[in-house]
Every structure is written in structure tokens, then in C-alpha cells.
Design a protein around this ligand. Sequence first.
Ligand code: SAH
Ligand code: SF4
Length: 378
Amino acid sequence: MRGMATFVPAKPPIHGETKETLTARLVEIGESAFRAGQILEWLYKRRATSPAVMTNLSAKLRAWLEDTFDFGSNEVILNKASNDVTSKLLQRLRDGSLIETVIIRAPQEGVGLDHSRKTICISTQVGCAMGCRFCASGLAGFKRNLSAGEIVAQLMAVCRLEDAHHPEKAAAGLASFDNIVVMGMGEPMMNYDALLAALKTLNADWGLGFGARRVTLSTSGIVPKILQLADEQLGFRLAISLHGATNEVREQIMPVNKAYPLEKLIPACREFAKKHGRMLTLEFILIQDVNDSLDQARALAAIANDLHAHVNLIPYNKVDGLEWIRPSITRQDRFVKILKDRNVSVTLRREKGHDIDAACGQLRLKTEEQMRAQGLLA
Ligand code: SAH
Ligand code: SF4
């Protein structure tokens, strides 16, 4: 792990404020407490990007907001459609860090893709310290955590882009996307407090009123944080990046398995499922000759049946610099059959978006390389 874990910007992002903290700041400068509600309404319901448009505030208050908070902490610098289904956005933060956000459109009958249901995949860290051997996010190491404000701003940037396709939702001040998956760059559980604060802002009635059941957190298996999440009031969904069904295989590809082996991880998942009464998801990337054996399929089926979990199989995407490959379709189907024969609920994701810049973290790595080559990045 290198670099600092936090970045202190010149002005804090406005999206990092809660109704409570903003009210306190306003009262401090002699403004009425109810102004906080007005400001937050502009920000979330009316998608304001600057105090200049907040016409029901005094010029003095608008100037104070401008001087005190950052309204543009996240700048979308690239919006790249891989195909009709996925688009990747690259956002630049104030310290120049790049993060990825993905828009995934679900094909719906009778509805054009632009107007269809959307899932937003968000990043929580710049880089990742977990060092999973298959993952581009971890390749360049860990730089820093995102702040709560940067996480909220990341989603509001997408929301503003998508408003054009969902005018009724925009007019009603609702999110113009349907689900959030925390599966982008970073290990969400290693930035737990900021992430939870961000998700609570989105959930708040003064925010977007976005339901916790529409949010899935994905983790490589940080056991104490899984248990902490199980105790949260808001019922977020949980996905576990399993990727190995025995310790022997899992620890080869995920160093985190040394600290939290399966005999600790699985009881924590059981505890989560018990407290939430909801099915969790096991993510399993299929890598040829690493974890795609029939024995692994059988062991995975046993874990899934024990946890009543859904299994999401993801054919491995080649990462530059790594020698592994994706199994053939025949091998993938053979793996699926073993799970199905054991009555496991299973999906095999053949996501086209991943074919272009492949999985999480890769667009950032490539863009950074290109920018560096052009002398745009140190
Ligand atoms: N850190 C969290 C959040 C998501 S990580 C976690 O590990 O759960 C990113 C996810 O992207 C991984 O779980 C995996 O599902 C997917 N991913 C990463 N590298 C991949 C690759 N090379 N091929 C296919 N999927 C990959
Ligand atoms: Fe980090 Fe998740 Fe990638 Fe592992 S898979 S390195 S935890 S982002």
C-alpha cells in the first residue's frame, strides 16, 4: 500500500453535507435553518450544479455557498459507449485521480435502451489494496479512498446525464436510474464509513429517496464489515466475490482469503442472510485451469446451497499483463450444469461491455497510460 489514504480538498464537496451538518453551518453564519432544505432541494431534486441557479436564496448566501463548498468535485471527462448496453464514464476528481462509473442498460420489451431500466456501477476507492490477482483495479495499487461527497457526486453526475432520457423521474426529483451496484474500483468495505454516509444521503428524503433494497454492495470478503453491514438499519443487498470454492484455490487468487478464509467468511454470510432474510449473491469469475474444475463447481454448489445464495458466474476478462484466459463456452456450460443439477440458482453473465475495456479498472489504467504518453499526466 502506498500514498495517503485521504485527500483534503481546498473546499469540501457540497455533496458530502447532510441536512444536519448543513443546517449547523447555516445557523453558525446567522442564516435560518430552513435554508438547508432549500439548498438540498436544489441539489438533489432539481439537480443544481452551482449556487447561481438557487434563485430563492439571497445573493449573499449564494456567494457564501460558492466560497465554502465545491459544487464540481467530479468532472466527467470521458463517456464511452462499449455497445448499446453499457457505457463507461471516466470522472476526474480534484486531485486529478480518475475513477470509473458504468451505466448498464437492461433490455426491456417495447422500450428503447436509452429509456430502459438502468444499473449504475460505482467506484469507492482510487485503485484497490486487496491485490486480487485477476483484477485491473488492484494492479496499479491503492491510491486513496473516495470521500462521501465524491461518491454522492459520482452518482449525481450520472443522474444528470440520464435525466434527458427519463424526464418524468427528473421532474419528480427521483433518481433517473433504478439500481446501484458497488462493484467498480475499490473494496467498498475498506471505505465503509464514507460509503454508508453516501448511501444514506441518497436514501434520505432530502436526497434522492433511493431505496436501500436497490443497492448491492460487493465485497472480497472483509468479515467484520459484513457483520457490521448486517446490523445496519437500511437493508442493503450483499454480493460476495468468492472466485474460489476452497481455501486452496481461493487464496491463490485472493490474498484476502488468508485473513478471512472460508471458515470465517461463510458463517458471516450466513449471519447476514439470517438478519436480512434475503438471498445473497456469490460472484465467481471463471478462469481456465485456475478455478473452473468440476471439483470447484461441486464445492461452489455446496456453499450456495448452504447459504441459499444465488451464483453469478462471470467468464474471466483478459487483463493486459496477466496470463490467464477465459474457459471455452463448453467448459463454462459444463460448470453451469453441475450447479443446475444441484438446484442452485445460477446465471452466467456474458456481458458484452466487458469485451471492450474489459472489467473494472481497465478503462482507467488505459486512459492513464495514454494521458501519460501524451504528457497530460505526471
Ligand atoms: N472490491 C469489490 C467490488 C467489486 S471488484 C469486490 O471484490 O467484490 C470488481 C468485480 O469486477 C469483481 O468482483 C469481479 O466480479 C469483476 N472483475 C474484476 N476483474 C475481472 C476480470 N478480469 N474479469 C471479469 N470480471 C472481473
Ligand atoms: Fe479490489 Fe475487488 Fe479488484 Fe479484488 S476484485 S482487487 S477487492 S476491486
